[in-house]
Design a protein around this ligand. Structure first.
Ligand SMILES: Cc1cc2nc3c(=O)[nH]c(=O)nc-3n(C[C@H](O)[C@H](O)[C@H](O)COP(=O)(O)O)c2cc1C
Length: 218
């Protein structure tokens, strides 16, 4: 086989491997964010999803949504046990486009921010940071203590994007799904994934008032 052909094959392999996104669901409130993110990625078909659910993540999903671990896992393409520290996503040689932890508990944030990779979820995030890949932490807690704030700063300094799931009221959300999908849309934006039908985009105040006037006239 020629060198040029080998280069082509390597390029194709890297491109298809980069179509993987690791999704982590930890034990913060907001399991629905992880669920709707997985559902969106399945609909959009841009990336293969690799899911890690922490023990507390399974508990919060059961409490908030009545979903079992199996229900969560059925939304992903590939599933890992959070205790399986030898899984593919524990290595930087397993190429991915990056990772989202949604929702991200303050405990998992602390592990990520301090390089304390004691389970597959924090190890996979550690890999993203060492490989300089995209890592989005949908950190959820309120109010925040100094440890939370410092850990957010540490994670940001290392290259992670800390993205609390804060509602945008200018989008006039009517349902919990509307609120969650706004966050899901912003997560997809951070990976350059187009998602027109999931979350509306802001197109300026003039447009906003024009749309409202059109509504009043009807
Ligand atoms: C119903 C429920 C809601 C919780 N909400 C939060 C939360 O919003 N943020 C947070 O940091 N921890 C929250 N916790 C606590 C975490 O689950 C706990 O700190 C756990 O150890 C996190 O583990 P993990 O990061 O391995 O998932 C919640 C726990 C329960 C049971």
């Amino acid at each position: 086989m020629s060198d040029a052909r080998l280069d082509d094959i390597r390029r194709d392999m890297r491109a298809s491997c980069a179509q993987r996104i690791v999704v982590g669901i930890s034990g913060a409130s907001g399991a629905l964010i992880g669920v709707r993110l997985l559902a969106a990625l399945r609909r959009l078909r841009t990336h293969e999803t690799h899911l890690i659910v922490s023990a507390s993540g399974a508990i919060t999903a059961a409490q908030e949504l009545g979903m079992t671990r199996g229900d969560l896992e059925s939304l992903a393409d590939v599933v890992y046990n959070v205790r399986d520290i030898g899984a593919a996503v524990a290595s930087g040689s397993f190429i991915t486009a990056g990772m989202v932890i949604a929702p991200c508990s303050m405990k998992t944030l602390a592990g990520v921010a301090n390089g304390f990779a004691d389970n597959l979820l924090t190890r996979a995030a550690d890999v993203m940071l060492k490989e300089r890949r995209r890592l989005v932490l949908v950190a959820r807690e309120t109010p925040l203590n100094l440890a939370h704030l410092r850990n957010m700063t540490h994670a940001t300094e290392m290259g992670a994007i800390v993205m609390p799931p804060v509602p945008a009221f200018y989008a006039h959300p009517k349902t919990i799904e509307d609120v969650v999908d706004h966050t899901v849309g912003r997560i997809l934006d951070l990976f350059g994934i187009e998602h027109r039908e999931i979350a509306q985009r802001w197109s300026g105040l003039a447009d906003e008032f024009a749309q409202r006037r059109a509504g009043d006239d009807q």
